[in-house]
Every structure is written in structure tokens, then in C-alpha cells.
Design a protein around this ligand. Structure first.
Ligand code: SF4
Ligand code: SF4
Length: 254
């Protein structure tokens, strides 16, 4: 019988040279480790160093948002106080330990993505990362599935109309007179792909998709739900027909 080669993942690489170590039990962890469920600034200051423990066995998903917001707040203070974050190991920094991690669990992976977002150096970099990560998720959700059912260039929602461009068009007010006309989105490319990377368009689901059970709510997407305030969420939802740089610029001033 052939022996199976089992490669166990032991490290989760994050951006900015950070990484998390995956372990199976919590024995022999450094005494200065801080449990993400028990983040208290005073304890971190006393320990003089910041190293995280994330045990997914104890973490309830209903606590994710609160814990991540608290971690972001504490990380900002630590940065200002110049206290060391993680442990330098060669060219990388160990940010902490992850216990009982299941790499096939989407909720756990979303939580790790949010940890990654927190440890960006600037708000702009964090927003850029969140924006791209959510867009990639939405693109991969649709990839190869033809959920809009596009035979003969007519999507499911517009099947009984003359539209050949799905929902990539909008009404524009004519210069003269009260009438409006339907125009193609200026970012629609000749190959019918989008040149704008507009997150609001990617989040949009029409009645046709909703009847199929496909609907994206900002509150269900952890990265959007945790890191943006209600006004920012409003713009993320409604800034359709808008390129990425303009959307991020708007988010930065809110
Ligand atoms: S989201 Fe709806 S309207 Fe837009 S292309 Fe898909 S089926 Fe058509
Ligand atoms: S910005 Fe929106 S409407 Fe315009 S091409 Fe891209 S997806 Fe279509």
C-alpha cells in the first residue's frame, strides 16, 4: 500500500511580514501571551510585549466583531507607545499562535483575514486590502458559474428586453429638456468586463439573482462589517458605476 504524504500547514502568512503559528494545544506558550478574548491594555503594558493567542475552540462567532474592533483599537495605542508587536524571527515577525484552526472553515478564515487587515500600518493600506479581498471573494463567487444566465448576451433579469449588457447601464439626464436616456456605463470594456473594479456593483444583486438565493449583505461580510461605520457602509452599497480609487477616496474622508 502506498504511504500517503500528509503535509500539515503550520504557519499562516500575513502581510507586512507578520505570521501566525498554528498549534494543536495551548501548553508551553510564552507567559506573556495575550488571549484575544481577554485583551486588556493594562495587561499588555505590564507584559511589555504583544503576542496573541487565538483559540478557535473558545471563540464564538457572535464575538468576532467586538473582539476585532477592540484589537484594532489596542493595536493603534501599542503602535503609538512604540511597544514591540510580535517576536522577530529572521526577516519575519511572529504575531501569535492559532489553536484549533480548521483551514476549511470560512468563518475562521474570515477572522484571520480581519487580523491581517488590522496589522496594516495605515488606514489607507487597510482599506485597499479590504477592498481587494472582498472584490476577489465576490469575483470568485461568480467565477465559472454563469449565475446571471447570459445566453445570447441577454442576462436572466433582462431576458425580455433588448438589453445586451446586463445591468451595466444607467439613466443620464439629457442636457436639454427633462427627459433622461439610457447609456452604457463608461467603464464597461469592449469585452464586456468592468474596468472600474466597483465594489458596489459587485455587491449588487437583482431580483433574478435574489430569487436564486444570491444576496450579499454588508453585515454578512466580516471585513466590511467590522472596519466601516454606517455612513461608509452606505457608500459601499450605493456607489455603483464608480471606480475603486474614487470609492476608497470617499471612504477615507468619512
Ligand atoms: S445582476 Fe441581474 S441584472 Fe445584472 S447582469 Fe446579473 S442577472 Fe442581469
Ligand atoms: S462600474 Fe459597474 S456598471 Fe460599470 S462596467 Fe463596472 S460593473 Fe458595470
Amino acid at each position: 500500500m502506498m504511504e500517503e504524504l500528509i503535509i500539515l500547514k503550520t504557519i499562516i502568512d500575513l502581510n507586512n511580514n507578520y505570521y501566525l503559528k498554528i498549534i494543536n494545544n495551548a501548553n508551553d506558550l510564552p507567559i506573556y501571551i495575550i488571549d484575544i478574548e481577554n485583551l486588556k491594555l493594562i495587561n499588555i503594558v505590564k507584559k511589555g510585549r504583544f503576542l496573541l493567542k487565538i483559540d478557535f475552540n473558545n471563540l464564538n462567532k457572535t464575538k468576532y466583531k467586538r473582539l476585532l474592533k477592540k484589537l484594532l483599537f489596542i493595536k493603534k495605542i501599542i503602535l503609538k507607545s512604540k511597544m514591540e508587536i510580535g517576536i522577530q524571527k529572521d526577516s519575519k515577525k511572529l504575531l501569535g499562535y492559532v489553536i484549533n484552526y480548521d483551514e476549511n472553515n470560512k468563518r475562521q478564515n474570515d477572522f484571520i483575514l480581519a487580523i491581517n487587515a488590522i496589522f496594516y500600518n495605515t488606514r489607507y493600506e487597510r482599506y485597499n486590502y479590504i477592498y481587494d479581498t472582498v472584490c476577489n471573494y465576490l469575483d470568485s463567487y461568480f467565477y465559472g458559474k454563469d449565475l446571471c444566465d447570459f445566453p445570447n448576451n441577454k442576462c436572466g433579469e433582462k431576458r425580455n428586453t433588448s438589453s445586451l449588457t446586463g445591468c451595466c447601464h444607467h439613466f443620464r439626464i439629457k442636457c436639454l429638456g427633462p427627459l433622461t436616456k439610457l447609456v452604457l456605463c463608461e467603464y464597461l470594456k469592449e469585452d464586456y468586463t468592468c474596468g472600474a473594479k466597483c465594489i458596489s456593483c459587485k455587491l449588487f444583486t437583482c431580483d433574478y439573482l435574489e430569487k436564486k438565493g444570491i444576496k450579499f449583505r454588508i453585515k454578512d461580510i466580516l471585513l466590511l462589517n467590522v472596519f466601516f461605520n454606517p455612513l461608509q457602509k452606505y457608500f459601499i452599497k450605493y456607489m455603483v458605476f464608480t471606480p475603486k480609487d474614487k470609492i476608497i477616496k470617499r471612504l477615507m474622508i468619512l
